[in-house]
Write a protein that binds this ligand. Structure first.
Ligand code: UDP
Length: 329
């Protein structure tokens, strides 16, 4: 099958490309579309000789040229994953973030409709904002500030979901909407500012661990291979259903996560916890209700936190060492 993966040079996108190739015995033909804003070709380097992987450097915000649309004739599926996802990254150029979510999704829904392809978007637990209920079930409408510093992402993804279901209702476009909860693993950008990447990087570098606020806020962490399997299962489920939470319901406070990572890496005097101001509108709790994914998709996460963090630490250690070796050249 011809498959488009927008954001395919990013953390999740590149894992999706690997998974699709593996699942199809290298038969799928993959078109990666990425502007390399937060993604990197390093994530696809191992595929550079693969004739079934085509890389197109483009921003999803821009309308696809007629030539590009024609070249994508016959596509069966679009994984629309392009968007900065770490708060410091998506807040750096918030207007671009909103446009990525809204215009970008519009452009690829239009492409999906034209070639009768199925489109999955990676929406987010951020559509629930600072939730008033815990865990969050898909029927909960959320509690989102529409004018704050996180709004570009939260409201952008909410509008993207709206577009998906409106295309489905008015044009019969086949859509799948996954609400991704905090996902981590190898290939995360070393300094992308998110909790697991920051804590692992800081602990390995032997520098202080930055806890925002009191650290009593919670998140639930899903290992990347589980996330990718969940997205793939949702894409290949036969009918359009409403949004589906994909995440791991095991919930931890930020402090628990800091202690866990310090313990696993071996805490020293030089990596103490330091407390910083809590970012604006930082959700106090987050935990997915995954009943829908379990019952409709038969999917649930398998990788335990300890195992996932170990694999992440190993990957970060290797890349930090490579970086250091390069600097010593
Ligand atoms: N966080 C933290 N220290 C860091 C990075 C993040 O305490 O160095 C906190 C952040 O305030 C939030 C949680 O960890 O409460 C998860 O943050 P992340 O940026 O990973 O993603 P979010 O779930 O907020 O989108």
């Amino acid at each position: 099958m011809k498959i488009v993966v927008t954001g395919g040079a990013g953390f999740l996108g590149s894992h999706m490309v690997d998974y699709l190739l593996k699942k199809s015995d290298n038969k799928d033909e993959i078109y990666v579309i990425d502007n390399l804003q937060t993604g990197s070709l390093v994530n696809l380097k191992h595929l550079s000789e693969n004739p079934n992987v085509h890389f197109i450097q483009a921003d999803v915000i821009n309308a696809l040229s007629d030539e590009r649309i024609t070249s994508l004739e016959g596509i069966g599926q679009i994984y629309h994953m392009a968007c900065a996802a770490s708060p410091p990254h998506y807040q750096k150029d918030p207007i671009h973030t909103t446009m990525t979510c809204v215009q970008g999704t519009y452009n690829f829904l239009t492409l999906a409709t034209k070639w009768n392809a199925r489109l999955l978007i990676t929406s987010t637990s951020e559509v629930y904002g600072d939730p008033a209920i815990n865990p969050q079930v898909e029927t909960y409408w959320g509690n989102v500030n529409c004018t704050g510093t996180r709004s570009c992402y939260d409201e952008g993804k909410r509008a993207a979901e709206t577009l998906c279901f409106d295309f489905n209702r008015t044009k019969n476009t086949q859509v799948r909407v996954a609400r991704i909860f905090n996902t981590y693993g190898p290939r995360m950008n070393l300094t992308d500012g998110r909790i697991i990447s920051n804590f692992v990087y800081q602990a390995l570098k032997g520098i202080n661990i930055t806890v925002y606020g009191t650290g009593k806020q919670t998140r639930s962490f899903c290992y990347v291979s589980d996330q990718i399997e969940g997205l793939h299962t949702l894409m290949n489920q036969d009918v359009t259903i409403g949004p589906v939470n994909i995440g791991n319901p095991e919930e931890y406070t930020v402090l628990e996560m800091a202690e866990k990572i310090r313990e696993m890496i071996g805490a020293t005097e030089s990596n103490q916890l330091v407390f910083h101001e809590l970012p604006q509108d930082d959700p106090k709790v987050r935990r997915p209700d995954i009943t829908k994914a379990k019952t409709l998709l038969g999917w649930s996460p398998k990788v335990a936190l300890h195992e996932g963090i170990s694999l992440t630490i190993a990957d970060f250690s290797r890349r930090i060492k490579e970086e250091a070796d390069l600097l010593n050249l």
